[in-house]
Design a protein around this ligand. Structure first.
Ligand code: EPU
Length: 420
């Protein structure tokens, strides 16, 4: 297994380009299943998760090829409809094949995702939506077996909490259903908007993009689409926070600052200087860091996927920071690892109280999930001494070229083979 070694304390300088968003690319890839033909998706990051999703589609008989960041996906013939436990256990987003397969084949069998490092993460909203559309659901040997005899019917669904993949799954099932589907309290994340754009390009009839009410009128036929994946707002945020931690001045290109409203304000409050254009961000920190409080919320609130990285930053600030995690019940796995680096953090239920003490020290730490791993990289870049992060396969699920990009910014970082 590989590990990342960082010699901290070196400010970051220079410019890098942001990759396409993992959480946008995954539903765009599964949406190609909706109709026959050759679909083209640009700006797709080459990550463990996008590779896993393509491997899953291959098991259904889909062919694809990659040319740089552009994927051509040929969904002319589809044979299978089962997503096995082996694939779903490595990537929960595999459940995003349910909606498209039900729409195209009337049948899908997908391993039920178990709990994961950040919480129980049920898919009951997805299933309730399908059931209302006329799908018969069976839970058999750990698999959701879903079938619909006479095609899907439009319905109204309401989510208690706006669910990103739940909105995406039900919307994909609805685009060719009979009648109209209304999703109330829908997720408004930019990744959902990217999927709406792809479905519109395929000929779908959807109103309410970027709002909490999506109205989808079923159409008879769809056509293949060409679409560009939006820039990864979580990768963008992670590099902004890294500069906050290590200091220096960095320009991020090919990003979309309008997708990070809450983070930009919070980082400015913490003392970072940030200037933006439509597709670039320039960030620097010369003075000391101020403590800030924040609460994770559905978009446009503070993203849960940046909570761990921002907590690492707060552990180096001067003062007290109160962080509330309201999306996932177990998303504080990074706390124990950050403490090994000298952070002073106390967890109380859904909140963490961080006593910023101005600096961290390098240590051997272990990545527990994707964003927790990113928080350890942020901490390692700023810490005095050497930080060794093991289990970095988590990072490879979601950050394209992380080591190369940070190396380009002057960080002393390398990936090495871990001794057995
Ligand atoms: N929820 C339910 N029932 C459901 C679905 C969701 O109770 O059927 C609850 C969840 O337990 C959670 C809340 O609703 O409390 C929101 O979860 P959501 O469904 O929005 O999460 P998700 O769709 O499974 C996506 C991202 C996550 C990101 C969350 C929140 C993808 C592939 N994943 O997950 O990304 O944290 O939205 O923004 O889009 C990551 O990239 O590291 C990651 C975990």
């Amino acid at each position: 297994m590989d590990k990342i070694v960082i010699e901290g304390g070196k400010p970051l300088q220079g410019e890098i380009s942001i990759s396409g968003a993992k959480n946008a690319a995954l539903p765009l890839i599964t949406a190609t299943l909706l109709t026959q033909g050759k679909h083209i998706i640009h700006n797709v990051p080459d990550l463990r998760d996008t590779r896993t999703m393509l491997a899953l589609l291959e098991t259904f008989g889909v062919h694809w090829e990659r040319d740089g960041a552009t994927l051509t996906i040929n969904t002319e013939n589809i044979a299978g409809f089962e997503a096995s436990y082996d694939l779903v256990k490595t990537m929960r987003a595999s459940v995003l094949v349910l909606g498209p397969l039900l729409s195209r084949m009337g049948r899908a069998r997908v391993s039920m995702p178990g709990g994961c490092a950040i919480g129980a993460r049920p898919i009951d909203y997805h299933l309730q939506g399908f059931k209302k559309m006329g799908v018969e659901l069976d839970l058999d040997e750990g698999y959701v077996d879903a079938q619909v005899a006479d095609g899907l019917n439009g319905c109204t669904v309401y989510f208690d909490i706006p669910s990103v993949t739940g909105t995406e799954n039900v919307m994909m099932a609805a685009v060719k259903a009979k009648g109209t589907t209304v999703i109330k309290n829908a997720a408004r994340e930019p990744e959902v908007g990217n999927l709406v754009d792809m479905l519109l390009a395929m000929g779908a009839d959807i109103e309410g993009r970027d709002t909490d009410k999506l109205v989808i009128k079923g159409v008879k036929k769809l056509k293949p689409a060409e679409i560009t994946t939006i820039p990864d707002r979580i990768e963008t945020g992670t590099y902004l926070i890294a500069v906050g931690a290590a200091g220096g001045k960095v320009k991020l290109k090919n990003c979309n600052p309008s997708h990070l409203p809450s983070l930009l304000e919070k980082l400015r409050e913490a003392g970072l200087s940030i200037t933006e254009t439509d597709d670039t961000l320039e960030v620097s920190r010369t003075g000391s860091l101020r403590s800030i409080d924040f609460k994770t919320l559905p978009y446009p609130g503070f993203p849960t996927d940046l909570q761990a990285q921002t907590m690492a930053l707060m552990s180096m600030a001067n003062g007290l920071s109160v962080i509330a995690e309201t999306i996932f019940e177990n998303r504080f796995m990074h706390v124990a690892e950050l403490k090994r680096m000298g952070a002073k953090i106390r967890v109380d239920g859904h909140s963490a109280i961080v006593h910023g003490n101005g600096g961290l020290t390098g240590a051997r730490v272990m990545a527990t999930d994707l964003r927790a791993s990113a928080s350890l990289v942020v901490a390692g870049l700023a810490a005095s001494g050497v930080t060794e992060i093991s289990r970095i396969y988590h990072l490879e699920r979601g950050y394209e070229d992380l080591v190369r990009k940070l190396d380009k910014l002057g960080a002393r970082i390398k990936k090495i083979k871990e001794e057995k």
